[in-house]
Design a protein. Structure first.
Length: 176
């Protein structure tokens, strides 16, 4: 059995995993996911938010067998060689709970430990028919960044946060 993963090339987060028997996965991400890979989260009351990751922001890699990647893809990451090729072994990303807050003027992302380098962050926030794609970075030696977006007080949103080095988070949050 061969394990292939679809990952966000800007952050290295695994966003999907595929185990195949007797065949290799296509090397072209669009042949696996189409124009976008939809990640879904329940908003309650039968409503579902779809957060599409554009195929142009994704890549595919054949990796060593890692059963955890099938069950929890966002907890794993792809590291690159100095030549820019994916390494065969996946890395387990640091887990974190809480640390994401929605307000009427933006999304605040707070990680547990500051890094010596800036930490790139990508956040997708559902909003009725649209998805806001927000990017920024947590400055070196700090643990927090606020990404600006206008949201309605009390509204519920599907949120995907990918912070380099930290497990990806896909959840439902309300604006406070």
């Amino acid at each position: 059995m061969a394990l292939s993963v679809v990952y966000a090339h800007d952050t290295g987060h695994v966003v999907g995993a595929l185990a195949l028997t007797g065949a290799d996965a296509p090397a072209d991400v669009a042949s696996l996911v189409g124009r976008a890979l939809p990640l879904r989260v329940s908003l309650g009351e039968g409503r579902v938010a779809t957060l599409p990751l554009n195929a142009r922001d994704l890549a595919v890699a054949a990796v060593d067998d890692e059963p955890g990647a099938l069950a929890q893809p966002l907890a794993h990451g792809v590291e690159m060689t100095p030549e820019g090729k994916p390494k065969p072994g996946l890395v387990r990303l640091a887990s974190w709970a809480d640390g994401i807050a929605l307000a009427t003027d933006g999304v605040t992302v707070t990680v547990k430990v500051a890094s010596a380098r800036a930490t790139p962050v990508v956040a997708l926030v559902s909003d009725e028919q649209d998805t806001h794609v927000l990017t920024g970075e947590i400055p070196a030696q700090q643990t927090q960044v606020k990404l600006p977006v206008t949201l309605e007080a009390g509204s519920a949103h599907g949120v995907l946060v990918l912070a380099v080095g930290w497990a990806g988070r896909l959840e439902r949050l309300e604006v406070t």
